[in-house]
Ligand binder design. Sequence first.
Ligand SMILES: Cc1ncc(COP(=O)(O)O)c(C=O)c1O
Length: 356
Amino acid sequence: MSTPSGEVKVPFLLFCFIQLLPTPLSVSSTTIALFVCTQSRTLNPPPLMASLHPLNGATTTAENPKSNPKPITPSELRSEFSHHDPTIARINNGSFGCCPATIIAAQQRHQLLFLRQPDHFYFNTLKPSIFQTRRIIQTLINADHVDEVSIVDNATTAAAVVLQHTTWSFFSSVFQAGDAVLILHYAYGAVKKSVQAYISRAGGHVIEVHLPFPVKSSSEIVSEFQKALQIGKSNGRKIRLAVIDHITSMPCVIIPVKELVKMCRDEGVDRIFIDGAHAIGNVEIDVKDIGADFYTSNLHKWLFCPPSAAFLYCKVSDEMSDLHHPVVSHEYGNGLAMESAWTGTRDYSAQLVLRR
Ligand SMILES: Cc1ncc(COP(=O)(O)O)c(C=O)c1O
């Protein structure tokens, strides 16, 4: 987030806060507290940030999305969140995120730009602006190509894209009835329901990886995951898709995704989708290093964009041309990134505040 001097401040305090927690985390991510914002410690800058476009009133802009911002002061922080209900101690950022005042102002400028001349906005401004957002995300997550990055509403929509794609593999007999999709027992409720809606209905079998509570070490996670893969295989099933959280919602645990992805590859799992809804702004994301086929993260949680915005990374592959946004509009067939950038008439402003 930019301050008048163009420095990116707010996300990094929360980023630092979560970094200070033990790993694996032992609390729900939905209880990670904004009270940290009142801390006056000087902390190191985060690897990630949201910042403002000059259009948004920033007097200077951060050139490099990974450049080092200065820490925000407690009074600036209080002012950024002065619209919060003062009678409530907001300790739940994880569920819906929260948005600083300067970002809300930025969003409103984009909304007014649209309303001022909708045709001009839709036909001349929207596409290049979303392209810029995709470029920034590409840099932040170390994706090879901007075409691998689509901007969607939220992690739930990203899950729908991936699961719909998997469903079609069942319907077109690329996958067979009884083939499996593997998810964590701690997977987010809405994602579990999406797996039920798309995969179970298509004839897929769902394997849940049971994790202990509390989780005491990464090796416990790795070993439970290995067991679930073996059980799946011993029943003669092919595991077609693994859905793995990067930071689980309840309880809040950082999952060793890179290790689990490697294990999936070694065991011949066809596709891997990382649900990193809480990840961007919290932990470094390097999609090439992680090695999954799909990765999503919400921008409206720990990157402090307005609701709602998320990215979906899809590694380039032959099958990827068959990925589609569940809402079909004019850009159908032009690639997921283009389809996602126009899903009918709506307010796209939340997707436009992220700027270098
Ligand atoms: C792990 C996880 N996945 C997915 C989601 C869904 O996010 P959204 O409601 O923004 O789609 C959440 C929401 O908190 C989550 O915690």
